[in-house]
Design a protein around this ligand. Structure first.
Ligand code: AMP
Length: 193
């Protein structure tokens, strides 16, 4: 199995690159952001609760997102691998993910972190806010808070995978296809033949 954590700040291109990786490697996409937005759309109790955090650019509580991932892992048993997009965002989430995967006899293959300059992130997110229905992409203060939350709480998750020698950075500026090539090159290093 090929189980990838695609990492990086909001606006780094995780969603865009996930789509391309899924097409090439036939992976199952698990995006907590997408799942939460679907729950908000359907006005489920979980969605209504999560919206309070998302609208401020804060993290949704760990137990909520861990529960969502647990269900997704159970729902997708016969897959070639998973791509985790926007999860784990805290060290606790990373630890719980490892426990869940271990109990299924699988593990994370690697984490790839997309590195993008701050100004470019803000530009990309504001641009996306004009094209999509995402309320958290329309306001500069919320965008800045999401990047701050990433730097304060999420960036440390990299250390968790570094300690397992599963962490690689990938330059996330430039053309979408060029970035994708860099990701594929990095994956090759971890693929056993
Ligand atoms: P994303 O689409 O990944 O940028 O996620 C959008 C928002 O959903 C984030 O700003 C958080 O409020 C929430 N969210 C998504 N994934 C997580 C997670 N793993 N942990 C906590 N909150 C999350």
């Amino acid at each position: 199995m090929l189980n990838i954590v695609l990492f990086g700040p909001p606006g780094a291109g995780k969603g865009t690159q996930s789509e391309k990786l899924i097409a090439k490697y036939k992976l199952q996409h698990l995006s907590t952001g997408d799942i939460l937005r679907a729950a908000i759309q359907n006005q489920t109790p979980l969605g209504i609760e999560a919206k309070k955090f998302i609208d401020k650019g804060e993290l949704v509580p760990d137990e909520t997102v861990i529960g969502l991932i647990a269900k997704e892992l159970d729902d997708h048993k016969d897959v070639k691998g998973f791509i985790f997009d926007g999860f784990p965002r805290t060290t606790h989430q990373a630890q719980e993910l490892d426990k869940m995967l271990t109990s299924k006899g699988i593990s994370i293959t690697l984490m790839m972190a997309l590195e993008v300059e701050h100004q470019e992130l803000v530009k990309r997110l504001l641009n996306r806010g004009q094209l999509s229905a995402r309320s958290d992409d329309r306001n500069v203060d919320i965008i800045e808070n999401r990047i701050k939350v990433y730097n304060e709480y999420t960036q440390v998750v990299a250390d968790y995978y570094k300690a397992q020698d599963k962490y690689r950075t990938v330059h996330g500026m430039g053309k979408i296809d060029e970035i994708f090539e860099r990701l594929c090159h990095t994956i090759k290093e971890f693929q056993k033949d």
